[in-house]
Every structure is written in structure tokens, then in C-alpha cells.
Design a binder for this molecule. Structure first.
Ligand code: NAP
Ligand code: MG
Length: 487
């Protein structure tokens, strides 16, 4: 296994038009390791001037460069090559995400990186299968459609799955022939930059992918408001999603938003209780709870409530929280001091609201942003901790004793990203899958993902779908062509 000493981390630059450059202002910012609070390296800080340069490069590459005109099968070949290079550098990429984000190496190695590789493989398979149709129309006409790329795409991503979020955005956009300006989150820019190197090495033409690290209100806002960007794809908080939507309205650019959640994880008495306990653990503690679809509202049927909470709290209390680089670690550090303080603030709120703290509820260790896995019981769905996205390892357990009531409560949220149901009753499972207002429903599972299956939100969790054939919709536009066959 690779350790910190095996990788030489260079100061990060901006990747514009196939070259590594400093920001025009010369400014840099530090990226930290949240497990040690040490600086990893400095990174060039892009702002609106650098975004302008990157958009100009992407526009030139789109209008006059070879990418869109490249035979689709050759685009596919480059995507395959990117997947292959990620595979070859997987240990380094896993370690970089672990250092920059604080998530356990076991997870970056076994979840993030394999999903990243799969995403590029999957869209490599699509590149030469994106096509229009012929349509029977009235009259002496031949009508057909062309499915064309949208153009220059701006992509703004969060810090919770740094490389995976870059892959979800970049792979489908490239498969469809677009050019890209990507802004990674300020907390975790390192793997996106390394991916830029990999794409360059794989033969992606200059200007097709540009990467500009920087802050949201400067670089991000400039990208979202840019008059020469055709589409913006965003993953992050609903609050920022609203700002992006406003900025995008300036030139009516297309938007897709993948935002927050407060997903109900519903456990019935007729489920396999031990599997459901494991599912509840994964649902809330995977990735330190910094997951948009985390199962943060845990609905437990009354008759099994005591047994379930006991089992869950025993497991939570014995989780190995600590050094993310250690292969035995099950939960690492929260991404930043800001996030750490926010989560501890919600834990205080939960206590004040009268929820019962069963386990956790405090920081872990003296250094680094570690928080113990935290369970609140006797939560009411109206409490703040059950309504707002905490984005940390804090679950709110709510008791129920009626199927219709739990569906109503589960849907009582401004969000609708995901939901899960644990039951052996197949009728109930399928009925609830229809009734729950969420973009993803898991039955007897939690946090299952695949590049082929769509992901996205209902309600204020956003719109547009990532992954699967559905992402191709959001990176292409349709042209209708009419040919007069009459006299
Ligand atoms: P955020 O503000 O939504 O950040 C996501 C991305 O948007 C980052 O790249 C950020 O840049 C950028 N951004 C921020 N303000 C912007 C603006 N005005 N215009 C354009 N881009 C902008 O999220 P956060 O502040 O990191 O985290 C706050 C909360 O958001 C979390 O506690 C969590 O509840 C939620 N969140 C949800 C997800 C998700 O996957 N749904 C992911 C992350 C966070 P910088 O980071 O560089 O400033
Ligand atoms: Mg960092």
C-alpha cells in the first residue's frame, strides 16, 4: 500500500488550455489534511479572470478544436484510456482523496476509485451510441433529429467525494462531445488536478477540459454567471444551488442541480433486523455522514425499537474512528473545521430540543476534525435535527407504528433525494417505493450506486439526473432537421 511518503504532492496550478498555469492574480490558497490540520500544499486560486481564460479556451476547443468532430469511437477510446490510467494510478488517487478529504483509505480504495473507473468505462461505451432518430411526419418531408453537445459546460463540485464527483460530471460531458470548465471544491482540489494530468496524458485535446480551483463566491460565481457558458452542472448545498440558478438565468444557461437531502431510512418489524442495522450504519456513517443521500432520518417500527437501537448503538460505539490512512479505520475526519463546528452545533441543538443522545455526541481525540458516531433517539420529525441537513455522522431515530403514517412523515421534508425500506414483505416494499417522493429508493439496501443507474433529486434536492443514459440528456440538445421531398 502507498503511504504519504510515496507520493510527491506538488503545489496545485490551474489547468487551462492543456497547460499548467498560475492564477493571473498570483494568489494561492492552502489545502489541509483535516485529520492532522496540517497544510498539504498550496494551490493556485482562480477567480473571474482565470475563469474567463478557461471559458475562452473551452469555447475555442468546442468551436474550432477537434473534440466534437473526433469520430465518436475515438472519443470512446480516449475515455477508455482515462479509465486505464486511473486504474494504473489508483493507489495514489485513493491516498490523495484520503489526505485531502479525511475519509478512510479503505473507502477511497474500495468505493470511490472503483466507481470512478466504472464511470469512465460506462461513458466510453456510450460515446458512439448517442444518436438521433427518424420521425414519420405529415406531408412530403423526411424528418430526422441530431443529438448534439450543449457546448461549453461549467461544472462545480463539492468536497465529499472529490474525484467521484469530478468523474460523474466529466465522463458523460466528454462522451457527448462538450468542452468543460470544472471548479473543484476549495477544500479538496488535489484529485481533480491529478485527473487533469491523466486526461492530458490520455490524449484529450487542449482546452477540452479546464480545471480552475478557487472559491465559490469568486471562481464558482463567475462560472455560473458567465455569458459564454452554455450549461452549468452543480452538486452541493441547496442554498448555493439557489444562487447558481439565479446566476445562470443571466444567459438562460441550462442547469442541472444535485443538492442536499434528509433521507428517510424506514425499518419495519418484519425485516431482517441485523441487515437493517448494518444498513442503518452504512446509511449514516459511511463517509463520516458527509453524503447527500445519507439515511439521516431513521424510522423504526415501535415493536422492534428497543432491540434495534441497542444493536445500532453498540455497533456505533465500537466503530474505529481515527487515522484515515490506517486500513482498519472505519470513520475518518470531517472535511473542515467549519463542517466540524457545524455538526457539533447541530448536536447541541438536538440536546436542547429534547432528543435523547444514545451514543457519541462529542469530538474524538485532540487533533483533527473527528466526531464520534452519534445517535439521537426519541426524535420528533419536526425537530431541527430531523429537518435540516447536518452532513455529518448524526442520525435521528424516530419511532412509528403505522405504515401510512411513516410514508407521510418520510415525505414530510423539503428534500427528496433518497429513501430506503427494510422489510420482507414484497408488496409493502414495492408499494412504498412508489409512494416515497425520492429520486432513489433502496429496498433492503443502502448506498448502492452504479454508473448505469440514474441519480438525482425530487423536490428541493434538485433536478436533472446524473449517471446512466439519463445524464446524456443533460449534456446534449436535440436538433430537428426537415428535408422537402415534395416538388
Ligand atoms: P457548497 O457551498 O454548496 O459548495 C459546493 C460547491 O459550490 C463548491 O465548489 C463551492 O466552492 C461552490 N460554491 C459555493 N458558493 C458558490 C457560489 N456563490 N457560486 C458558485 N459556486 C459556489 O457547500 P459547502 O459550503 O462546502 O457545504 C455547506 C453544506 O452544503 C454542507 O454542510 C452540506 O449540508 C451541504 N453539501 C451538500 C453536498 C451534496 O452532495 N449535496 C455536498 C457538499 C455540501 P468552494 O467550496 O470552493 O467555496
Ligand atoms: Mg483539504
Amino acid at each position: 500500500m502507498m503511504t504519504k511518503n510515496d507520493v510527491k504532492i506538488k503545489p496545485g496550478k490551474l489547468f487551462i488550455n492543456g497547460r499548467w498555469v498560475d492564477s493571473v492574480s498570483g494568489k494561492t490558497f492552502d489545502t489541509l489534511n483535516p485529520a492532522t490540520e496540517d497544510v498539504i500544499t498550496s494551490v493556485a486560486e482562480g477567480d473571474s479572470t482565470d475563469i474567463d481564460l478557461a471559458v475562452t479556451a473551452a469555447r475555442e476547443a468546442f468551436e474550432n478544436g477537434p473534440w466534437e468532430k473526433t469520430d465518436a469511437r475515438d472519443r470512446s477510446r480516449i475515455l477508455l484510456k482515462i479509465a486505464g490510467l486511473i486504474e494504473r494510478n489508483k493507489d495514489e488517487l485513493a491516498l490523495l482523496d484520503t489526505l485531502d478529504n479525511g475519509k478512510p483509505i479503505n473507502e477511497t480504495t474500495k468505493a470511490d476509485i472503483p466507481l470512478v473507473i466504472d464511470c469512465f468505462l460506462y461513458y466510453a461505451g456510450w460515446a458512439d451510441k448517442i444518436h438521433g432518430e427518424t420521425i414519420p411526419v405529415r406531408g412530403e418531408f423526411f424528418n430526422y433529429t441530431l443529438r448534439e453537445p450543449v457546448g461549453v459546460v461549467g461544472q462545480i463540485i463539492p468536497w465529499n467525494f472529490p474525484l467521484l464527483m469530478a468523474a460523474w460530471k466529466i465522463a458523460p460531458a466528454l462522451a457527448c462531445g462538450n468542452t468543460i470548465v470544472l471548479k473543484p471544491a476549495e477544500q479538496t482540489p488535489l484529485t481533480a488536478l491529478r485527473l487533469g494530468e491523466i486526461c492530458h496524458e490520455a490524449g484529450l485535446p487542449d482546452g477540452v477540459l479546464n480545471i480552475v480551483p478557487g472559491y465559490g463566491p469568486t471562481a464558482g460565481a463567475a462560472l455560473a454567471g458567465h455569458m459564454d457558458v452554455d450549461k452549468i452542472a452543480f452538486t452541493g448545498s441547496s442554498a448555493t444551488g439557489r444562487i447558481i440558478m439565479q446566476a445562470a438565468s443571466k444567459n438562460l444557461k441550462r442547469i442541472s442541480l444535485e443538492l442536499g437531502g434528509k433521507s428517510p431510512n424506514i425499518v419495519f418489524a418484519d425485516s431482517d433486523i441485523d441487515s437493517a442495522v448494518d444498513g442503518a450504519m452504512t446509511g449514516i456513517f459511511f463517509n463520516q455522514g458527509e453524503v447527500c443521500c445519507a439515511g439521516s432520518r431513521l424510522f423504526i417500527e415501535k415493536s422492534i425499537h428497543g432491540e434495534f437501537v441497542d444493536k445500532l448503538s453498540n455497533k456505533a460505539a465500537s466503530m474505529r474512528v481515527g487515522n484515515p490512512e490506517d486500513t482498519g479505520t472505519q470513520m475518518g475526519a470531517q472535511v473542515s473545521k467549519e463542517q466540524f463546528d457545524k455538526i457539533l452545533g447541530y448536536i447541541d441543538t438536538g440536546k436542547q430540543e429534547g432528543a435523547k443522545l444514545v451514543t457519541g455526541g462529542e469530538r474524538c481525540g485532540e487533533k483533527g476534525y473527528f466526531i464520534r458516531p452519534t445517535i439521537f433517539d426519541a426524535v420528533d420529525n419536526n425537530m431541527k435535527i430531523a429537518k435540516e441537513e447536518i452532513f455529518g455522522p448524526v442520525v435521528s431515530a424516530i419511532t412509528f407504528d403505522d405504515v401510512d403514517e411513516v410514508v407521510r412523515q418520510g415525505n414530510l421534508s423539503v428534500y427528496g433525494l433518497a429513501a430506503a425500506i427494510w422489510t420482507m414483505d414484497i408488496k409493502k416494499a414495492h408499494r412504498l417505493a412508489r409512494e416515497l417522493k425520492a429520486g432513489t429508493v433502496w429496498i433492503n439496501a443502502y448506498n448502492a450506486f452504479d454508473a448505469a443507474s440514474p441519480f438525482g433529486g425530487f423536490k428541493q434536492s434538485g433536478f436533472g439526473r446524473e449517471l446512466g443514459v439519463h445524464a446524456l440528456e443533460s449534456y446534449t440538445q436535440i436538433k430537428s432537421v426537415w428535408i422537402n421531398l415534395g416538388s
